[in-house]
Design a protein around this ligand. Structure first.
Ligand code: CTP
Length: 444
């Protein structure tokens, strides 16, 4: 049979978990998309699903032991052949063996030697998933650039419920292919955040979807004028790029962001949706948030918009003489109406259960309080899970300048601080978002 364009060589690994019965669906979906699949099962997997069933959906024999055919050095041949390795389900034991760098069966030996992206979809009992040993193994694997798709929460085999269910095969396949796409772009990973060139960043957001609003809204007065603000969108774009590098499906809702700022998103596979006004931004963010795990609102959203927008250019009127000739300058009043607060709307009525909502607050100190006091009051008022407060001034905050943020929780308590380039700040924030999302799955 002729190989389709875009077809990739995928190894599907199956390890010992009751969820092994879902592996054939993963294999079937990958093959339906035209990819070449080879299946490698561990000995334990074959206690849950028969090799003939796996071979039938794969369309070729299933391999297990490293010594099945020593002359063929199968793990080397497999590892070189693979463009992607997906293990579904990945048992606690498999995670431990991979974290330890073991090569005691064909699957672990192949993963140890391959340079292809490796995506693991764990499935196990909640207490095994949350045990310190598994948590450390997952952290180790992610640090090495392996993608670990967090398990779903729900009823478990033993009758109890919690985090540990294998995600639906469709979600595993789309997350794995998205990672394959991002890895295949061959972009240098080194960036201003200082990731090592050529090494893959931890894939701690694999299988997650993030929405980031960026830039500043513009509220039209007439066809040529608007009320706007100085937000460049750089911090939002840096966060989106970092999230995408770490495996998240990422959408940027971009309010008037310059093309050269957006250009940095393209190689990372970030989807950009341009918007203009606060109302457009609000509608788009809400729509996208319905499929997302987290929304990060870095955009500067206008609190008010002109009550009426003139269809034609507003003319200067009421001045018979130039104002600098001593006459009182003419005044003009623009009536404004309040825009909805997108962030508080997401908190009060989340479009998706468990949505993590992160706000940004650019503050200046004044007679009523310093930057942090204003930030803490805003954190309590807005109720977002996290609020990154930054001081804006001549040399920090807006534009191509360093940033410094203090992240507060919804009670106004400090969670973390980050300072440096916008990419460095993005890295700290994305670390935090990944940690909070993981903790949420475990709690649910
Ligand atoms: N925000 C929003 N919708 C608005 C205004 C703000 O979603 N209409 C979001 C911003 O994207 C940001 C956070 O709320 O994440 C804080 O924005 P900020 O302008 O600091 O808050 P305001 O409520 O407008 O407070 P202030 O009175 O300081 O302007």
């Amino acid at each position: 049979m002729e190989r389709q364009t875009g077809a990739r060589n995928v190894i599907v690994g199956v390890s010992g978990s009751i969820a092994a019965y879902k592996a054939p669906s993963v294999i079937r979906l990958l093959r339906r998309e035209g990819h070449e699949v080879r299946t490698v099962a561990t000995e334990a997997a074959l206690r849950f699903i028969g090799a003939p069933a796996l071979a039938a959906v794969t369309g070729r024999p299933v391999s297990t032991g490293v010594f099945d055919d020593p002359a063929a050095v199968e793990h080397v041949e497999m590892g070189e052949w693979a463009e992607l390795v997906v293990v579904a389900p990945a048992s606690a034991d498999l995670l431990a063996r991979l974290a330890a760098g073991r090569a005691d069966d064909l699957l672990t030996a192949t993963i140890l030697m391959t340079t292809a992206p490796v995506v693991l979809a764990p499935a196990m009992h909640t207490r095994m998933w949350t045990s310190p040993a598994t948590e450390e193994n997952v952290a180790t694997l992610r640090r090495r650039g392996v993608s670990v798709i967090p398990p779903d929460a729900g009823p478990l085999t033993g009758g109890d419920s919690g985090a540990g269910r294998l995600p639906e095969p469709g979600r595993i396949v789309s997350a794995a292919l998205a990672i394959l796409g991002a890895a295949g772009d061959a972009v240098p990973i080194a960036d201003a955040a200082g990731s090592a060139a050529g090494s893959r960043p931890p894939q701690d957001l694999a299988g997650r979807a993030l929405v980031v609003s960026a830039g500043g809204t513009r509220e039209p007065l007439d066809p040529v004028r608007f009320l706007g603000n100085r937000s460049s969108g750089r911090q939002g774009c840096a966060i989106a790029a970092e999230a995408a590098r770490r495996g998240a499906r990422t959408v940027v809702v971009a309010a008037n962001v310059d093309a050269h700022v957006l250009a940095g998103l393209e190689p990372e596979g970030v989807r950009v949706i341009p918007v203009g006004t606060a109302l457009e931004l609000g509608e788009t963010v809400r729509g996208e948030a319905a499929q997302a795990d987290a929304v990060i609102m870095t955009a500067a959203v206008a609190d008010y918009r002109p009550a009426t927008v003139s269809a034609s250019k507003i003319k200067k009127r009421g001045m018979s003489r130039s104002p600098d000739c001593g006459a009182t300058p003419a005044r003009r009043v623009i009536e404004l109406v309040e825009n909805p607060d997108v962030l508080t709307g997401l908190v009060a009525d989340p479009p998706r259960r468990g949505l993590l909502v992160v706000g940004f607050a650019a503050e200046t100190g004044d007679a009523a309080g310093d930057v942090l006091a204003h930030g803490a009051a805003k954190a309590r008022r807005k109720g977002a899970d996290l609020l990154a407060v930054n001081a804006v001034g001549a040399r920090t905050g807006f534009g191509d300048v360093p940033n410094s943020v203090v992240v507060l929780d919804s009670d106004g308590r400090e969670v973390v601080r980050a300072a440096g380039s916008k990419a460095e700040v993005a890295r700290t924030l994305v670390d935090l978002v990944a940690r909070v999302l993981d903790a949420r799955v475990q709690d649910s």
